[in-house]
Design a binder for this molecule. Structure first.
Ligand code: ZN
Length: 244
């Protein structure tokens, strides 16, 4: 099965069009020969996420010729049947709050596990060895499928179950949201920071009316608050651009 595998080192980035996955895309492009992106349509309320994916990719192609050579196909997989099972505030019109389990109502059970199964199946077919995801356990430990322990177990399960040697790379795992901005600056300078501010999308409510220093969004939902706080922390630190 490995006969058709190219000699280059290839990665598949789980790419939602949000701030974190945009930084992951730049990170992957800075160190892998060939990079493809995958997005999941699981009935998100906001078409804006899907549009943000295309704008960020287009911005990368335009601003970074050295990365454009490495950036390959984009894939969007239909996971709406999963979305129907896992219905939460992200996919249904429900308030964003903490549940009795102590998890935010935006938690979609098993989401990253499902994404990784599909991503690994696609990576197998595409001859890509590395899966890159923006999971992070530093600022937002409410999501148990974002923990590195979970991903280590998932990596082992995928490799056993698919007779593969995938690596799940999570460059943001130990970073604060301020350090994620710093990483963006270190990878692509102010141009990448500007691209992420203007074109990536994080707001749970899908608002893109007002441009804040940290990007578009309602400014009030947990995703906006986290993104704004990270930006403020980076600015307060003097906007350092060295590797975090
Ligand atoms: Zn918001």
């Amino acid at each position: 099965m490995t006969a058709s595998r190219p000699a280059t080192d290839g990665a598949l980035v789980l790419f939602s069009g949000g701030q974190d996955s945009a930084v992951c895309l730049a990170w992957a492009l800075s160190r892998h020969d060939r990079v493809e992106t995958v997005g999941f349509d699981y009935g998100q309320r906001h078409i804006v996420e899907m549009e943000a994916r295309q704008r960020v990719r287009a911005g990368v192609l335009e601003r970074y010729p050295q990365w454009a050579e490495r950036l390959g196909e984009d894939h969007v997989l239909d996971l709406r049947s999963y979305g129907a099972v896992a219905e939460s505030a992200l996919t249904a019109d429900r308030a964003i709050e903490m549940t009795q389990r102590g998890l935010p109502s935006t938690f979609v059970p098993g989401r990253n596990l499902v994404f990784l199964v599909y991503a690994a199946a696609l990576a197998d077919r595409r001859g890509l060895d590395v899966l890159v995801g923006g999971m992070c356990e530093t600022d937002y430990s409410g999501y148990p499928d974002c923990r590195r322990d979970t991903l280590d177990a998932m990596q082992q399960a995928l490799n056993l179950g698919m007779e593969q040697a995938f690596r799940i790379e999570t460059p943001l795992m130990r970073l604060t949201k301020a350090q994620t901005w710093q990483l963006a600056a270190s990878l692509g300078g102010e141009s990448l920071v500007g691209l992420i501010v203007e074109q990536s999308h994080t707001c749970y409510r899908g608002e893109r009316g007002e441009l804040h220093p940290w990007g578009y969004g309602c400014g009030e939902c947990p995703a906006c608050e986290l993104r704004a706080a990270g930006w403020d922390g980076w600015v307060a630190a003097g906007r350092p651009a060295g590797a975090p």
